[in-house]
Design a protein around this ligand. Structure first.
Ligand code: PFF
Length: 465
C-alpha cells in the first residue's frame, strides 16, 4: 500500500467532498424535471426506495473498494483479484468519466453563462417575458458555436485549476468552501419559494403522491437517476474513498452523503415547484425547466434579479464540485497506473475530455443535423453522451460492483472490511452488522436485488423491455 498517497484531512472533509460529487446538475437540473414529468410525489417515493435499497449498499461498497485498496477503479480491481476481467470493469469507469464530463461540461457552461446573464440583468429584458421567449433566447445563444464552446472551456478550466492543486488543496478546499455556500443559497431560495402565493400547490405536487402515475417506466427512471445522483457506477466514490484513511468510517459517511444528496434534491424541487405553481405554469416542461421556465418566473418576483442570480450560481457551484470528481477518476488512473505526475495527468485527461466534448457542444449548432436514430428518436452527440453514460455505463458499472462484492470478494469480507474504522465498529459493529438480520438483509440486497433490478434498468434503457 502506498504511503505517499494524499489523504483527506478529516472525515468531515471527505463527507463534504463526496456530497459535493453527489450534489450536482442531477439534483438541481435533472431531478426537478424528471419528477415534474413523472407525477411529482409518486416519482419521489420510488426514487427514495431506490436510494435506500440499491444506492446505499452500492455507495458503501464503492467507497470501501477505494479505501481498502487506496487505488483508482482499475487498480482497485487489480489489487483484489487476479482475474483480468475486472480490470476492464474499472476501465469502463474511466471511459464513463470521459463520456459524462463531455456533456456535463456543456451544461456546466450553460450554468456559468446564465449566472453571467443574470448578473447583467438580461432576465429583466423582454427576451425573458415568457418561458417561450426565454426558450428562443436559449436556442439563439446555443446556435452560436463560439458561445457554447467558450463557456464549456471556462467550465473545464475551473475544474482543471482545482484539480491541479491536488486532493487537499484542490478537491477538499473547493468542496469545503463551495458546499456551505450552496446550502445557504438553496435555503434562501426555498424560503422565498414558500412565501409565494399558492406555494402549497408546489409543495403538495412534491409530497402528495398520485399513485396512478407509477408504472414500469417510473421505476426504471428512478433507479437510473439514483445512480447518477449518488455518482455511482463509474468509480468516482471509489476514487474519493481511496483518499480515506483506514480509521475513517464508511457506513456513517454513506448515510450522510445519501441523506444530504436526497435532502438537497427535495429542497431544489421545493424551490423550483413553488415558483412554477405560483405562476400557474406547467411542471412538465422537461429539460428546459431550469433554463427556459425559471428565469422569466424568477425575474417577475420582488427581488427577482437577486434570486435568479443566486439560482444560477447555485447550479454552477453544484456542477463544479461534481465535475471535479468526474475528472478525478481518470486523473487517479494515470497517476496510479502509469505513474504520471498529477499535473501531467490532469492536463492530458482534460485535453482529451475537451476534444471529446466538442461534438457535444456543437450538437446545438453546426452538428445539430448530424443525428443517429435509435428507438424512433434522433440523437445528437450530446444526447448520445448523456444516454450512453446515464443509461448504459453507470448501471453496467453498478451491476458489476454488486456482483463483485456479493460473489467475488464475498459479503463476509465486505462486512469485515466495512467494520474497520472507528465509529463503524462502535455504532454498527455491536448493533447493526452484528445483528444477523441486518447482515442477511445486506447480503440479500447486494447479491440479488441490486444485480436483478439494475439488469432490468439496463435492458429497459437499451429498449429490450
Ligand atoms: N452526481 C452528479 C449529479 O447528480 O449531478 C453527477 C455525477 C458525478 C455522476 C460523478 C457520476 C459521477 F461519477
Amino acid at each position: 500500500m502506498e504511503n505517499n498517497r494524499e489523504q483527506w484531512s478529516s472525515k468531515a472533509s471527505f463527507i463534504l467532498a463526496a456530497a459535493g460529487s453527489a450534489v450536482g446538475l442531477g439534483n438541481i437540473w435533472k431531478f426537478p424535471y424528471i419528477a415534474g414529468e413523472n407525477g411529482g410525489a409518486a416519482f419521489l417515493f420510488i426514487y427514495l426506495i431506490c436510494i435506500l435499497l440499491i444506492g446505499l449498499p452500492i455507495l458503501n461498497i464503492e467507497i470501501l473498494l477505494g479505501r481498502a485498496t487506496k487505488k483508482n477503479p482499475v487498480g482497485a480491481f487489480k489489487t483484489l483479484t487476479n482475474n483480468p476481467f475486472w480490470k476492464y470493469v474499472g476501465a469502463l469507469g474511466v471511459l464513463a468519466s470521459f463520456t459524462i464530463l463531455s456533456f456535463y461540461s456543456v451544461v456546466g457552461g450553460w450554468s456559468l453563462a446564465y449566472t453571467y446573464e443574470a448578473l447583467i440583468g438580461t432576465f429583466n429584458t423582454p427576451a425573458f417575458n415568457t418561458p417561450l421567449t426565454a426558450g428562443d433566447f436559449f436556442n439563439l445563444k446555443n446556435s452560436n458555436p463560439l458561445w457554447v464552446l467558450g463557456y464549456h472551456t471556462l467550465f473545464l478550466s475551473i475544474v482543471v485549476l482545482i484539480l491541479l492543486s491536488g486532493v487537499r488543496a484542490g478537491l477538499e478546499k473547493a468542496s469545503k468552501f463551495l458546499m456551505p455556500i450552496l446550502l445557504f443559497i438553496l435555503l434562501i431560495l426555498v424560503v422565498q419559494g414558500l412565501i409565494l402565493p399558492d406555494a402549497n400547490k408546489g409543495v403538495s405536487f412534491l409530497f402528495q403522491p398520485d399513485w396512478s402515475k407509477i408504472n414500469g417506466q417510473t421505476i426504471l427512471l428512478a433507479l437510473g437517476h439514483a445512480f447518477f445522483t449518488l455518482s455511482l457506477g463509474m468509480g468516482a466514490m471509489m476514487t474519493y474513498g481511496s483518499y480515506l484513511s483506514d480509521n475513517d468510517d464508511i457506513v456513517n459517511a454513506s448515510y450522510l452523503v445519501a441523506f444530504l444528496d436526497t435532502v438537497i434534491a427535495i429542497l431544489a424541487g421545493v424551490a423550483i415547484f413553488t415558483v412554477v405553481f405560483s405562476s400557474g405554469y406547467d411542471p412538465t416542461a422537461g429539460p428546459g425547466l431550469v433554463f427556459h421556465v425559471l428565469p422569466p418566473l424568477l425575474s417577475d418576483l420582488t427581488g427577482g434579479y437577486f434570486f435568479a442570480f443566486l439560482f444560477f450560481l447555485l447550479l454552477s457551484i453544484a456542477a463544479i464540485t461534481s465535475g471535479i470528481s468526474i475528472l478525478e477518476v481518470s486523473v487517479a488512473y494515470l497517476v496510479d497506473e502509469k505513474q504520471y505526475s498529477r499535473k501531467k495527468a490532469v492536463l492530458i485527461m482534460a485535453s482529451m475530455v475537451y476534444l471529446v466534448a466538442i461534438p457535444c457542444a456543437l450538437s446545438f449548432n453546426l452538428l445539430s443535423d448530424f443525428t443517429f436514430s435509435f428507438q424512433d428518436k434522433a440523437f445528437t452527440f450530446f444526447d448520445i453522451a448523456d444516454y450512453l453514460a446515464s443509461n448504459i455505463l453507470l448501471p453496467f458499472g453498478g451491476f458489476f460492483l454488486a456482483v463483485f462484492a456479493g460473489y467475488v470478494w464475498g459479503i463476509d469480507e465486505v462486512v469485515r472490511n466495512l467494520l474497520i474504522g472507528e465509529s463503524n465498529s462502535i455504532y454498527f459493529g455491536n448493533t447493526v452488522f452484528e445483528n444477523k438480520k441486518f447482515k442477511s438483509f445486506f447480503n440479500f440486497t447486494v447479491k440479488y436485488i441490486c444485480p436483478v433490478l439494475i439488469f432490468l434498468v439496463f435492458l429497459y434503457s437499451i429498449g429490450w423491455i
